[in-house]
Design a protein around this ligand. Structure first.
Ligand SMILES: [Zn+2]
Ligand SMILES: [Zn+2]
Length: 176
């Protein structure tokens, strides 16, 4: 709330929104008058300051930062900024430090789901694939011929080896 001047009894926000020239004046001269010092400090804290020159004259620093990206890039790239430009640049740099800009979200497609793992091969389970069903690991050895199959197949054999037609006397559990 301003306590003096032509905008007496108006809130800082109101004056900032309606009278840029006044803000400019307060920032420049406010330090000489106690009443306006607070207002000027508030302006600096909230908006950084008022541009006093060029085509954006009368704009608040933060407005420029938010809306005129091109201009800000140009200003920040100046090798030898004038004193009046300095104020704006200090504000821009200070703000950049306070809240670093989020990098733009990557618009990459979501990663495709990984392919399903291939079904485990019996060999990888430490066994040899049954030569009858080609699915299960060998777990049974026929005695005496020595051929072998998985447990399921060995149970179906009618005591004759399917590979060599020899009689199977006994089926031995294999530990391969
Ligand atoms: Zn089998
Ligand atoms: Zn055999």
């Amino acid at each position: 709330m301003l306590r003096a001047g032509k905008h007496r009894h108006k809130s800082y926000e109101q004056v900032a929104a309606t009278d840029r020239g006044y803000c400019e004046w307060a920032l420049r001269e406010g330090k000489h008058y106690g009443t306006f010092r607070d207002f000027a400090a508030w302006l600096r804290r909230t908006h950084g300051g008022v541009v006093e020159f060029g085509k954006y004259r009368g704009r608040f620093y933060d407005e420029l930062l938010d809306t005129q990206e091109e201009y800000c890039r140009w200003a920040l790239a100046l090798r030898d900024p004038s004193d009046r430009m300095r104020g704006f640049l200090d504000f821009a740099e200070g703000r950049a430090k306070r809240k670093p800009r989020e990098p733009p979200a990557k618009k990459s497609k979501p990663a495709p789901p990984p392919p399903p793992p291939p079904p485990p091969r019996p060999e990888e389970n430490g066994g040899i694939t049954c030569k009858i069903c080609f699915a299960e690991p060998v777990k049974a050895v026929f005695y005496p011929c020595g051929h072998a199959s998985c447990e399921g197949c060995s149970a179906l054999l009618n005591s004759v080896c399917p590979f060599c037609r020899a009689d199977i006397v006994v089926v031995v559990k294999a530990f391969l």
